[in-house]
Design a protein around this ligand. Structure first.
Ligand code: PLP
Length: 399
C-alpha cells in the first residue's frame, strides 16, 4: 500500500441512482439471514414463466454458426435496419435514421449524450423509468420532472409540463406505455405533447419499449405516426415485446424535418462508431422477430391480463392501499394511504414479509404521496401469497 492513494470516483457518479437494483441489496440481506423472498421488483419476464420465442434463439444461434461473430456495422446490420424500416413504413413513419443499439438503453444514452450540455435540462415524466435521470446525472445535465396525474389515469399534466420549460430545456421524454404506472396514452395526449415540443423547439424522446404489451385492446400509437416534422427519437427493441432482455438488442428511430435533425443524428452516429457495434449475432433476431409470428404475445398477454386483474383487485381490497388499473407493460403503482416515507415503508415491508417492491420515490419526485411499484409478472400463486403478506403487514401498521 506504500505510496498508493485511494481512488476517488468522479463527481459525475455521485448523483447516479437506480432504485430498482439498489433495493436488491436489502433483499439479499434477508436472504442471507435465511428469510424467504417474493421478487415483485424485476421487470424481466424471462425470470418468471415467460419464454423467449424459439425462432429468435434459432436465428441468433444460426448467425453464430455462420460466423457472424465479427464486429458489425456501427449503426447495425443492413438486414435488421431494413426490417425496422419496413415496419416503420407499415405505420406510415418515414425514418430519417435507424440505429441498432445495445438495448433501447444505449439508444437513450446516445440521444441524451448527443443533445445535452452541462446545465441543460430534459423534461422527464414523474413517475418514470429512472435510467433517464441516471444518464442526465452522468452528463451533468438536469432532470426536470413533469407530473403524471394519478387521478386522471396517470396521464401527463400538460400545464405542469409547459411550466417546467426554460431556455435550457432540450427535450421531452415520453414513456408510453409507462413504467411504472402501466398507463397507455391517448392520441390527444400525444398530440398535446407534440404541440408543446413544436412551440418550444424541443426534441421528443419517445420510449415505446412496451408497445406490444397492452392488455385492454387499446391501440398503441407510435408518436412518430402523428407528426413527421418535429424532431423525435423513438426507442424500441426486443427486450420486452419479444421477451429477451438479455439479448441486449434495441434501436432508436429518428424522425423529423431532415434539415433540423441531420447534425444531431451525426452526433449520435459518432457515439455509435466509437463503441464499435451492438452484439452482432443477436442482431439477426431482429428481422425474424418483426417478420415472424407473434404467437408468444397471445399467451403472454393472457397471463399478464389475469395477473393484472388479480393485482388490482387484491390491492384495492387492502385497507390503506389504492391502485389504478394499468393497461400496458407489467407494472402497477399503488398508493399507500399512510403518513410514511415510501423508502422506509418498502424497507420495512421487505424486512417483515420478504415481499420485494421498489419505492415510488425511486421513479422521481412526483407524486409526493407514498407509492411503490409492483411487477406483476410472477404466477398467480406467488402473487396471492405476496398480497396476503402485504395485507397482513398493512393490518399490523394501520391497526
Ligand atoms: C421504459 C423503459 N425503457 C427502456 C428500458 C430498457 O430497455 P432495454 O432492455 O432495451 O435496454 C426499460 C427497462 O426496464 C424500460 O422500462
Amino acid at each position: 500500500m506504500k505510496g498508493l492513494k485511494k481512488i476517488v470516483p468522479s463527481q459525475r457518479t455521485q448523483h447516479i441512482e437506480y432504485a430498482i437494483r439498489d433495493i436488491v441489496l436489502l433483499a439479499n440481506k434477508r436472504k442471507k439471514a435465511g428469510g424467504d423472498l417474493f421478487y415483485l421488483n424485476i421487470g424481466d419476464p424471462v425470470l418468471y414463466d415467460f419464454k423467449t420465442p424459439i425462432h429468435l434463439i434459432e436465428a441468433s444461434s444460426k448467425a453464430m454458426f455462420e460466423n457472424h461473430t465479427s464486429y458489425a456495422q456501427s449503426e447495425g446490420i443492413p438486414e435488421a435496419i431494413d426490417a425496422i424500416h419496413k415496419d416503420c413504413l407499415k405505420d406510415k413513419i418515414n425514418p430519417f435514421d435507424i440505429m441498432i443499439t445495445t438495448g433501447a438503453s444505449e439508444a437513450i444514452d446516445f440521444a441524451l449524450s448527443a443533445l445535452v450540455n452541462r446545465g441543460d435540462n430534459v423534461l422527464l415524466p414523474s413517475p418514470g423509468y429512472p435510467l433517464y435521470s441516471a444518464l442526465l446525472a452522468r452528463l451533468l445535465g438536469e432532470s426536470r420532472y413533469y407530473k403524471l396525474d394519478e387521478d386522471n389515469n396517470w396521464m401527463p399534466d400538460i400545464d405542469h409540463l409547459v411550466s417546467q420549460i426554460d431556455d435550457k430545456t432540450k427535450a421531452i421524454a415520453v414513456i408510453n406505455p409507462n413504467n411504472p404506472t402501466g398507463a397507455v396514452y391517448s392520441e390527444k395526449t400525444l398530440r398535446d405533447i407534440i404541440e408543446v415540443a413544436r412551440q418550444h423547439n424541443l426534441v421528443i424522446l419517445s420510449d415505446e419499449i412496451y408497445s406490444k404489451l397492452i392488455m385492454n385492446g387499446q391501440p398503441h400509437i407510435p408518436m412518430a405516426t402523428i407528426d413527421n416534422e418535429v424532431p423525435m427519437v423513438t426507442f424500441n427493441g426486443l427486450s420486452k415485446s419479444y421477451l429477451c432482455p438479455g439479448f441486449r438488442i434495441g434501436w432508436g428511430i429518428t424522425t423529423g424535418e431532415p434539415e433540423l435533425i441531420s447534425d444531431f443524428v451525426e452526433g449520435m452516429k459518432k457515439l455509435a462508431r466509437a463503441r464499435l457495434c451492438a452484439c452482432h449475432p443477436k442482431q439477426y433476431a431482429i428481422s425474424v422477430a418483426l417478420n415472424g409470428n407473434h404467437d408468444h404475445l397471445i399467451e403472454a398477454l393472457d397471463k399478464l391480463k389475469k395477473r393484472r386483474d388479480l393485482t388490482v383487485e387484491r390491492l384495492n381490497s387492502i385497507k390503506g392501499i389504492s391502485c389504478q388499473k394499468p393497461n400496458g407493460a407489467f407494472y402497477a403503482f399503488p398508493k399507500v394511504h399512510l403518513d410514511v416515507d415510501d423508502e422506509e415503508f418498502v424497507k420495512q415491508l421487505i424486512k417483515e414479509t420478504g415481499v420485494v417492491v421498489v419505492h415510488g420515490s425511486g421513479f422521481g419526485p412526483y407524486p409526493k404521496s407514498p407509492h411503490f411499484r409492483i411487477v406483476f409478472l410472477p404466477s398467480e400463486d406467488i402473487l396471492n401469497e405476496a398480497y396476503n403478506r402485504i395485507e397482513a403487514f398493512m393490518k399490523r401498521h394501520t391497526g
